[in-house]
Design a protein around this ligand. Sequence first.
Ligand SMILES: Nc1ncnc2c1ncn2[C@@H]1O[C@H](COP(=O)(O)OP(=O)(O)OP(=O)(O)O)[C@@H](O)[C@H]1O
Ligand SMILES: [Mg+2]
Length: 433
Amino acid sequence: MFLSTLELKNFRNHKEIKLTFEKNIILIIGDNGLGKTNLLEAIYFVSSAKSHRTNSQDEMIRWGSDYALIRANTGSRAKGIIENDVCENKYLIELQLNHSNKIKIRLNKVAVKKKSDFVSRLPSVIFSPDDLSIIKGGPSLRRAWMDSLLEKIYPDYYQLCLRYQKILNQRNGLIKSLNNGKNHTANTMLETWDENLIKYGSEIILKRIWLASAIKDDFSRYFNIFFKSADAGLEYIYSWDRINPSNNYNTVYDDADLQFTGGKILDSMQDYKNNYNANNLILPAELAAMRAIFKEKLKQNFSRELGFKNTLTGPHRDDLSILLNGKPLKSFGSQGQQRIASVCLKFCELEILKKKLGKNPVLLLDDVLSELDRERESQVLNLIGERFQTFITTSNINYLNDFDEINSKNIKKFLVNAEGVSEIDPGQVNANS
Ligand SMILES: Nc1ncnc2c1ncn2[C@@H]1O[C@H](COP(=O)(O)OP(=O)(O)OP(=O)(O)O)[C@@H](O)[C@H]1O
Ligand SMILES: [Mg+2]
């Protein structure tokens, strides 16, 4: 995707703006609280029909307005700006956000009924300081990161997760009503839920394993650019390979308390992890093997589940372990290493989307460069270089000079202030800095 124009009406604090980009690097500069992140959110919405920071569409509509409008033109640009540009289609995208989560999407003036018909055409990757929590936070954040990426690659993945979640909720309800396994009717129902839990759950697990395998090499390659001799890796961890340190069933079961036991990966699936199928065709044998393991683990865990009154086995309890020299980065990495690991995950996201969708995603960097040291900041800029159209927000005007050194011809700069958003000419910036 290459974004050439963006028009906003009543989107967050932006009453009415029209911006023309047509460069590879777009810098958005402005003091705190003036609407820089709101701009990136609008671009992300153009790409994915969702926000990276809220599930409530109403929040994005300017206070006191009935609706918000985002209009964007993609694909028009000077030839050869982006390296290895596979396919950059021209689209006019129009999104009207109404209250109560209602939305109208038009692609080249034609109404789009399903979000999934629209989403994967215009990929983007957004990176904000909060993304450090993918590394430092609990497993649910890493699962959410994997799932949102898989949704972009496979439009059906979202539905798969919804089906799994529904079965899981029903199964949890049933387990709560079981009286030490003595309720016969409930037991029979449990078998049906288990069958579906295994069916949908196995597919989710295999897709996630595929993802972890597909990005693993890129992750360690990118990490080595920043930390030369480090050995960085990723490992998908099954729920049944994590342990709860407490055996006291009366304590509240907290997902974050689970710990990775390390290395206890079943041999039969280790082959799949190592030799994943690049086209992600889940082979029947792999699916059958995963279902068999899942079934066995559900059986083994059943008495614990009765104690916890909750389903403990399945992809909703899995994790992605991010390793540095074989140890969890979350526990042993420095702040800087953790931050760089989160940057590397975003580069992996760019690479895999480009590979699988055949399109260059747009990169949205929200205030992240200022968090890095000078050397690593310029390494990130070099990596971005000519490859992806990148929107960067900052409240620090001094960063502009670094960009000028790296790629002065291909940059456009905007100033966000109380009056709105306006283009800055280079002379004005140097005089201010
Ligand atoms: N629905 C809305 N209607 C009007 N204004 C809104 C709405 N939602 C948020 N805002 C305003 O948008 C502003 C925040 O914008 P944003 O988060 O983009 O700032 P920013 O420039 O990224 O700041 P920072 O540098 O601190 O990250 C706040 O002043 C907030 O009150
Ligand atoms: Mg911001």
